[in-house]
Design a protein around this ligand. Structure first.
Ligand SMILES: *Cc1c(COP(=O)(O)O)cnc(C)c1O
Length: 229
C-alpha cells in the first residue's frame, strides 16, 4: 500500500465506523459530520482525502491554515474549514477571513474581537463556545458553571453561536463530559455539539455529537510536539 492511499483508507474506515455508531444510537444516517483534523499535515497529504469527497476539515493554528488552505480552496470551493485551537485576539482578523466555523470561542476578549471583525468584514463564520468540562487549568474553555452567562454575553455581542465544543481530560472516561456538554447545549437552545476525537468518537456519537473531530485515525500520528492541545 503506498503512502497516498493510507489516509483515504483511514477516512473510509472512520466514515464506516461513524455510520455504525449512528445506527447503534438509532440516529439518522448522515446526522454526524466528520471534521477531518489535518493540523501538521501538508497539502499533498490532505489532497487525496479531498479527491475522495471529504469536505470538512479542522486546523489548530491560524498561521498554518493560512499557508495551506487558500490553494486547496481554489480547487475545492465548497470545502468547510473549522478553527479548533485557541485564538489570539491579534489573529481575529485572519481567523474571520479564513474559517467557516470557529470552534474555540473561550473568553470575553476573543468574543469581542471576533464580533468586531465580523462587523468590519461582513463575514460571519458560525461560532462554538469551548467548555472546559474537566476544569483543567492547562486547557482552554469556559468553566461549566459560567457557560450560560458567557453564551448569553456572546449572543448579545451578535456572535452567531450555534453550539459547544469540548475536549475531555485525556485520562478520564469521556462519557460524563459529553453528557455535560449536551446538557449545557440543551438548556441554552444550541444544536451543534462538537465532541469526540480519534479515541472516543463512537462514545460521543452515542451521546449526541453532531460533529466529531478526527485526526490520527485518518492521517496517522503527528510529531509529538504538535499533537499537544
Ligand atoms: C488535534 C485535535 C483533534 C484531533 O485529535 P485526534 O486524537 O488526532 O483525532 C480534535 N480536536 C482538537 C481540538 C484537536 O486539537
Amino acid at each position: 500500500m503506498n503512502a497516498v492511499s493510507e489516509q483515504v483508507n483511514g477516512l473510509l474506515a472512520v466514515k464506516t465506523t461513524i455510520a455504525a455508531a449512528e445506527l447503534d444510537a438509532k440516529r439518522p444516517q448522515g446526522s454526524v459530520t466528520l471534521v477531518a483534523v489535518s493540523k501538521t499535515h501538508d497539502a499533498d497529504t490532505i489532497r487525496p482525502t479531498l479527491e475522495a469527497g471529504q469536505r470538512v476539515y479542522g486546523e489548530n493554528r491560524v498561521q498554518e491554515a493560512e499557508n495551506k488552505w487558500p490553494a486547496l480552496r481554489a480547487d475545492y470551493p465548497d470545502l468547510e474549514l473549522h478553527l479548533l485551537g485557541p485564538l489570539q485576539s491579534n489573529k481575529a482578523r485572519e481567523a474571520v477571513a479564513l474559517f467557516d466555523v470557529i470552534e474555540s470561542v473561550d473568553r470575553p476578549k476573543i468574543a469581542q474581537a471576533l464580533a468586531e471583525e465580523m462587523q468590519r468584514q461582513g463575514r460571519c463564520p458560525s461560532c462554538l463556545v469551548q467548555i472546559n468540562t474537566g476544569l483543567e487549568p492547562q486547557k482552554a474553555g469556559i468553566p461549566p458553571q459560567d457557560a450560560d452567562t458567557f453564551i448569553t454575553a456572546c449572543k448579545d455581542l451578535g456572535l452567531p453561536i450555534t453550539g459547544l465544543m469540548c475536549i475531555p481530560p485525556a485520562d478520564e472516561n469521556p462519557a460524563p463530559h459529553f453528557a455535560l456538554l449536551r446538557e449545557i447545549a440543551r438548556r441554552n437552545g444550541l444544536e451543534v455539539l462538537s465532541m469526540g476525537m480519534s479515541g472516543d468518537y463512537q462514545t460521543a456519537i452515542a451521546l449526541g455529537a453532531t460533529h466529531v473531530r478526527v485526526g490520527t485515525a485518518i492521517f496517522g500520528s503527528r510529531p509529538a510536539l504538535a499533537s499537544a492541545e
